[in-house]
Design a binder for this molecule. Sequence first.
Ligand code: FPP
Length: 252
Amino acid sequence: MSSGQRDAGVSNPAHVAIIMDGNGRWAQMRGLPRQEGHRRGLEALRRTVRNASDLGIAVLTLYSFSTENWRRPHAEVSFLMGLLKHFVEKDLAELSAANVQVRIIGSRLDLAPDLRRLVEHAETRTRGNTGLILAIAFNYGSRDEIVRAARQLAADAAAGRIDPAAIDDAALTARLDTHDLPDPELVIRTSGETRISNFLLWQAAYAEFVFTPVMWPDFDRAAFEDALAQYRQRERRFGGVAAPPDRSVDVA
Ligand code: FPP
């Protein structure tokens, strides 16, 4: 076991990924339209980006729109598309000034051309930033991402660029949207639901999970710190065994 693994559980995770759930229920509980829940969800997202930067988190991935979310009513889908556009247009300058590097993971093909151009612009403009990496998972589904990577591998094999026998974990990882990001050590899901919902299935193979009953619009610094504290108490073994107690003091 490496010393890094023995130390794990002591420090904060470098990569935190969050399934931001409960906007609709938050609104419903208050007799408000679901859209108001999403609007307040965007406020929570902004707050969480600031907190992550403050807490020294290196990568924050936020599940903002899944490949399954297209099944929602057209008006809600349009609203969420508009919210991403609004967020990038309004916050990009501030994010960039805060040294945040913006990434969008997920399939871009189904996005409207103006939205696609906008997210590409956000990535280009912040590419040189060295602070928090903010990965927005939009039109993201882990199975879709893995299928796209598999298709690329098949094309590379057919073109003779890779020997099928040489396809390994690293070859697939290199073709994922997250190819240059570390795996998340902590996945948080809000709203009390305890599912992974097609989020980072490959990357979260060894992640710790924290499920909190807090609805996403209410997710604040205290809730974030509580999830990090739970993570620090976990013993991460990566399929190995617990580190044996340090016997050096017993040896006479
Ligand atoms: C889940 O709550 C939330 C979403 C599907 C959307 C997440 C969006 C935001 C946090 C706003 C910021 C958005 C962008 C695009 C930057 P839900 O609607 O499934 O809630 P429910 O389970 O209570 O109905």
